[in-house]
Design a protein around this ligand. Structure first.
Ligand SMILES: Cc1cc2nc3c(=O)[nH]c(=O)nc-3n(C[C@H](O)[C@H](O)[C@H](O)COP(=O)(O)OP(=O)(O)OC[C@H]3O[C@@H](n4cnc5c(N)ncnc54)[C@H](O)[C@@H]3O)c2cc1C
Length: 447
């Protein structure tokens, strides 16, 4: 008899898992249940929709009817799953009970909002879904000053989008640098200087104390300073959505995500749960760089994990190995990217590291249109093993960070990289010796 696979969640992880399960088992009955109204879109593009570079309609790639017609997947939107009974294999979705042979849980995460006064006032927003983006767009009418809380990548992308919309923008960050945790302070200060030149004001090293107003946002207090603003956007990090995992009694890991095996199965009372798979922002997975878990919480990781979950739920066999979590962000005319761990994270893990920095150009120096590029690499001092890389330039960082990611995942040393790794060259795309090699040589000279 055909197996029934139910997927909960229509983000990158859930949609990928459902489609992969279909490819793996063409006979299965597959249903996907989601609280969301829209499916098959990437929230990563929201800042650029707000800027006006594309539209809400264009970013939603498919509707439920497409999945029904093309992939025989029964997608139910605006439906919350309130409980899952693992013993009987039945879940409650809205008013309905649905039985399953295999379950894929891809319930993502929620934006963490600190418990401060005024956090529920009208004009306070988060950025997570198309509807969040539309609410920001509608709320911006007549607003001149916007406060962005959190100077992570999403906060900075939103800050620049607001600048493009001619808003006065203040970014509040409790740490003393932008993109804390994943970017080193020297590259972070380049990024901050660029944003300041674009007109963004920063209040650093202080957490937000309160959002103020009677019914709607009028001002924000940070430390001893209050400043007026008509909209507050929290980009203060994502916490795994543990509502269903907790109800199901799944084990939660030390970083606050659901603990999973390489097959993307959760644990309950110390044992793997059969026929249940879990993927995306809700899980903590293994790091490829340091021994132990990490919260990857990237769209690219969600897709990789969703493929493994979908394949296994469909009767195939696949495993998810450790992640280096490469990331990239476009902030105005700058591209910034990283992979592996930053110097800050290395010191959190008690690792003794050496760093190397190279500067150069994205194209041959004489070829018009290139931009300056800085590459920084981080290696373990005792072994020279590459642990992380970061870069900032006006173009073309994605290919380079993917290249360095591969080296980090393969546990290559800085000397191996210099002697064995090659770069493709053409004057309009790179220098004949890529800037990454200057960074590696700087690092090697220090060990
Ligand atoms: C503004 C922004 C920019 C980003 N930029 C990037 C980027 O450039 N690169 C990158 O790699 N990543 C980026 N990310 C992160 C990336 O989008 C997430 O890692 C990814 O979307 C996570 O996918 P997910 O499927 O795990 O979770 P989600 O997308 O959160 O999906 C969870 C789904 O579960 C559903 N759900 C939850 N509980 C229930 C329930 N009880 N019943 C039914 N349905 C339920 C929700 O409705 C939702 O459909 C960005 C995120 C944002 C918000």
């Amino acid at each position: 008899m055909a197996r029934t696979i139910v997927v909960i969640g229509s983000g990158a992880a859930g949609m990928t898992a459902a489609s992969t399960a279909r490819r793996t088992d063409p006979q299965a009955r597959i249903a996907l249940v989601t609280e969301d109204e829209h499916i098959a879109y990437s929230p990563c593009v929201i800042p650029w929709v707000l800027e006006g570079r594309t539209t809400w309609d264009d970013i939603v790639m498919h509707d439920p009817e497409y999945y029904r017609r093309e992939r025989d997947i029964d997608v139910r939107t605006l439906t919350k799953v309130t409980s899952v009974d693992l013993d009987s294999g039945v879940l409650v979705a809205g008013e309905e009970k649905i039985g399953f042979d295999s379950l894929i849980l891809a319930t993502g995460g929620n934006v963490f909002i600190p418990p401060i006064p005024g956090k529920d006032l009208k004009g306070v927003h988060v950025v997570r879904t198309v509807n969040d983006g539309k609410a920001i767009e509608a709320g911006l009418q007549g607003v001149e000053d916007v406060a962005i809380i959190g100077a992570g990548v999403i906060g900075l992308e939103m800050a620049l989008a607001m600048v493009e919309l001619d808003k006065e923008v203040t970014v509040v960050e409790m740490m003393d640098q932008v993109v804390p945790r994943i970017l080193d302070s020297d590259l972070a200060s380049q990024l901050r200087t660029y944003l300041e030149q674009k007109g963004v004001r920063f209040i650093m090293g202080s957490p937000i104390k309160s959002v103020n107003g009677d019914t709607a946002v009028e001002s924000v207090t940070v430390g001893d300073e209050s400043f007026p603003c008509g909209m507050v956007i929290f980009s203060t990090g994502v916490r795994a959505n543990l509502e269903l995992p907790n109800q199901m009694g799944l084990e939660i890991g030390s970083l606050g995500g659901v603990r999973v095996s390489p097959s993307m199965q959760p644990y309950r009372r110390g044992r793997l749960v059969p026929n249940v798979y879990i993927c995306g922002d809700v899980v903590q997975c293994e790091s490829a760089v340091v021994a132990g878990p990490t919260m990857s919480q990237l769209g690219s990781s969600a897709v990789r994990q969703g493929r493994v979950a979908g394949m296994n739920a469909g009767g195939g066999s696949s495993t998810h190995e450790g992640v280096a979590s490469p990331w990239v962000s476009v902030i105005g005319d700058l591209q910034v990217a990283g992979t592996g761990i930053s110097s800050g994270l290395a010191s959190y893990y008690g690792m003794d590291v050496v760093t190397g920095t190279g500067t150069g150009h994205t194209r041959a120096r004489y070829y018009p249109g290139g931009s300056p590029m800085t590459v920084k690499v981080i290696a373990e001092k005792s072994s020279g093993r590459l642990l992380g890389a970061q870069m900032i330039a006006g173009e073309d960082v994605t290919g380079r960070i993917n290249w360095l990611s591969a080296a980090i995942i393969e546990k290559v040393s800085v000397w191996d990289f210099i002697s064995r790794y090659e770069n493709a060259y053409c004057p309009p795309t790179s220098m004949v010796r890529d800037v990454a090699f200057s960074a590696m040589e700087d690092l090697a000279s220090k060990i």
